[in-house]
Ligand binder design. Structure first.
Ligand code: GLU
Length: 479
């Protein structure tokens, strides 16, 4: 017997879309319009590296332009292909609609192993790829705004922003042509941590609803829960960091390319910072402190834990392992880590899945804040922070006067006064906006999940909300 046949990533996203579309009263024509990817641009370009001309293949897929600009990261990986960018672009459309970020969906990719090139070579390649996209308005502050994704970071975004500026010297909105930039180039506090932080807020909100927690066969809060994270890249690292440092959860396993590291004593959990430092130094988790190394990383996805967080690539939970996954709660930190077939198996086994559309939306939510900041050309909090502090100081002074006139033995604690007086800076405002969006979105999803008998899980709820919103915007355009 051969291996079970799995549909491609794009087909998998389409299958999930169709499942959700069946639960929505929309004309078949409009459903089809929403589902299809509007356009995909493929570019092959040459770059002279060490005297040799090397040819690279890149893509930018535009899934839905019901709102513009369209938004989505640029991925650097050898596995990049048209099917993948189209699937990821579709996920971006649905994700933005779900979390009420006013963008359409797009995604880009370059077929390259970024670890094989020196920094100056990557800069040359990135600038050339950006040039190809910019000259066709596939990077443009009002039409198409990329961001980091797998294999790219603020470094690549800085090159892209600079390339755009060189080609549009008089565009006052040039800074807004890409998000996820370094702070000194118009970036925003809290963008790098945003996706991981969003996962933390998503789980915090989940655990505020005992009924949902019980559906996963768990009880209590986030504190003390045993978590396995797959992928300690930007998303996995920040999720693991906040979940353990601020949420009190225990990271009992981390899966990376070379294998997995499992906490020696489950009571303690791994020291995420120490494992991340080891990974940076050696490129793997083998020999990382505080844990036992297991070579078969993928088998660790099946290990016992309370929460499994796949934060690497698509399709890791599929028809070959879905029936062996033991975690009762799975949080999709990556895009599409569970295939459509695996999704059905997991649901029939009673697993609760916090879907990618919602779970990893933190990145694009904070990208939206960065884009708004770039257009308004002012840092969040710059106008109101001191005024807010002055008003708080007034209140504290008045309370202290009343306390002392009343001769009360107790007063406001120094810690309270210090914390209350402090006006919010940009990072706090960004976190507050992110937390608010994650909470509100989760509540909308659970209302649908519990309120309608025909909505089987959070993923279907997420898709229904997203599709209905996109449909509304197409309808008001007269489609
Ligand atoms: N690449 C991220 C994602 O998949 C962020 C996209 C963005 O900020 O535009 O959601």
């Amino acid at each position: 017997m051969g291996l079970p046949v799995e549909p491609s990533f794009r087909q998998s996203v389409d299958l999930i879309f169709s499942r959700a579309a069946q639960l929505i009263d929309l004309s078949p024509g409009l459903k089809e319009k929403i589902r299809v990817c509007n356009a995909t641009y493929t570019v092959r370009f040459g770059v002279r590296l060490d005297g040799e001309i090397c040819t690279f293949t890149g893509y930018r897929a535009i899934h839905s332009e019901h709102m513009e600009p369209v938004k989505g990261g640029i991925r650097y990986a050898l596995a990049v292909n048209q099917d993948e960018v189209e699937a990821l672009a579709a996920l971006m459309s649905y994700k933005c609609a779900l979390v009420e970020v006013p963008f359409g969906g797009s995604k880009g990719g370059l077929r390259i192993d970024p670890r094989k090139y020196a920094e100056h070579q990557l800069e040359q390649i990135t600038r050339r790829f950006a040039y190809e996209l910019i000259k066709r308005d596939l990077i443009n502050p009002s039409q198409n705004v990329p961001a980091p994704d797998m294999g790219t970071s603020e470094r690549e975004m800085a090159w892209i922003a600079d390339q755009y500026r060189r080609m549009h010297t008089t565009d006052i909105h040039a800074e807004a042509c890409v998000t996820g930039k370094p702070l000194h180039m118009g970036g925003i506090h809290g963008r790098t941590e945003a996706t991981g932080r969003g996962i933390f807020y998503a789980l915090q909100e989940f655990f505020r609803h005992p009924e949902d927690v019980a559906r996963a066969g768990l009880d209590g809060g986030l504190a003390g829960k045993r978590i396995i994270v797959q992928g300690l890249g930007n998303v996995g690292y920040h999720a693991a960091k906040f979940l353990s440092e601020e949420g009190g959860a225990r990271i009992i396993g981390i899966i990376e390319r070379d294998g997995a590291i499992l906490a020696e004593g489950e009571r303690e959990g791994l020291d995420v910072e120490a494992v991340a430092a080891h990974l940076r130094e050696t490129g793997g988790v083998k020999g990382a402190p505080g844990g036992r190394f297991v070579r078969d990383g993928l088998a660790t996805l099946e290990a016992e834990c309370d929460i499994l967080i796949p934060a690497a690539i698509e399709g890791v939970i599929n028809l070959t392992n879905a029936d062996r996954i033991r975690a009762p709660l799975i949080v999709e930190a990556a895009n599409g880590p569970i295939t459509a077939g695996a999704d059905e198996i997991l649901r029939s086994r009673g697993k609760v899945i916090i879907p990618d559309l919602f779970a990893n939306a933190g990145g694009v939510i904070v990208s939206y804040f960065e884009w708004v900041k770039n257009l308004s050309r002012i840092r969040f909090g710059r106008l109101q922070r001191r005024q807010e502090e002055a008003r708080h100081a007034l209140l504290v002074a008045e309370l202290q006067r009343i306390i002392s006139e009343a001769g009360l033995a107790t007063g406001l604690s120094d810690d309270f006064v210090r914390r209350y007086l402090k006006g919010a800076d940009e990072l706090e405002l960004v976190r507050s906006g992110l937390d608010d969006t994650m909470r509100g979105t989760y509540q909308a999803m659970r209302d649908l999940w519990h309120g309608r008998g025909d909505v089987p899980d959070l993923r279907m709820a997420a898709y229904i909300i997203a599709i209905e919103r996109i449909a509304l915007s197409y309808r008001s355009k007269g489609l």
